[in-house]
Design a binder for this molecule. Structure first.
Ligand code: GRF
Length: 214
């Protein structure tokens, strides 16, 4: 009997890898009908690479080139080649600290997603939890969105709120947001792997889950 091909994820990250770990574990537990085919990082000693190694997931460091906030052309080509070779269906950004603008976005049009630690369009860019705290917001949250050429501007797939509590520090708020991220991101990726997300322009809609009666 022919085995059904599993949906394949390529995860890109620069940091500690808590989202990547949650996604890989949800795949291993069968909660996401997909496999993490590859983890790539632009940071040689990033925790995300260690998280991948611990779980037996193929991983690689690819040097980002000469710029600080984006990949240079050769580096973007190297990332793209690695993702193609691994036959990736969806590119998952999980704390990837470089802007993608060129070839990779064109090759994976509507197939790159990101998680942002705020309710977009509020607080785009860096340290969004600190921006929310400094602004005096009472509520912030997480946003999962498709990636376009802008910074945190692509069509929104899902959002969940997280309260800002009296006495919060940037670290305590960030930790509460990350706890929510570890629930929302696997749920969205599961829905994408099941083909449940439709997009028309900026509007995304969740189709009913064929596996459930509702
Ligand atoms: C997350 O908070 C995410 O929102 C942001 O970068 C962070 C990555 O954390 N884009 P981790 O590496 O997944 O632990």
């Amino acid at each position: 009997m022919r085995e059904e091909r599993l949906f394949r994820l390529g995860i890109l990250g620069s940091g500690k890898g808590s989202n990547a770990a949650a996604i890989a574990d949800a795949c291993a537990a069968g909660a996401i009908p997909a496999r993490v085919a590859l983890v790539l990082s632009d940071v040689e000693n990033a925790g995300i690479l260690a998280q991948a190694r611990e779980r037996g997931v193929p991983s690689r460091f690819i040097p980002p080139g000469q710029f600080r906030t984006k990949l240079d052309e050769a580096a973007e080509t190297a990332f793209l080649e690695a993702l193609r070779q691994a036959e990736v269906d969806l590119v998952v950004l999980a704390g990837f600290m470089r802007i993608l603008k060129g070839e990779l976005l064109r090759a994976f049009a509507q197939k790159v997603v990101n998680i942002h630690p705020a309710l977009l369009p509020a607080f785009p860019g860096l340290e969004a939890w600190k921006q929310a705290l400094d602004y005096g917001a009472k509520m912030t949250g997480v946003t999962v969105h498709f990636v376009d050429q802008g910074i945190d501007t692509g069509p929104i797939i899902a959002q969940e709120t997280v309260p800002v509590l009296p006495g919060d520090t940037p670290d305590s708020l960030h930790a509460r947001i990350q706890e929510m991220e570890r629930k929302v991101y696997p749920a969205v990726i599961g829905a994408l792997a099941r083909g449940r997300i439709r997009t028309q322009g900026r509007q995304t809609t969740w189709q009913p889950d064929p596996g459930k009666d509702t």
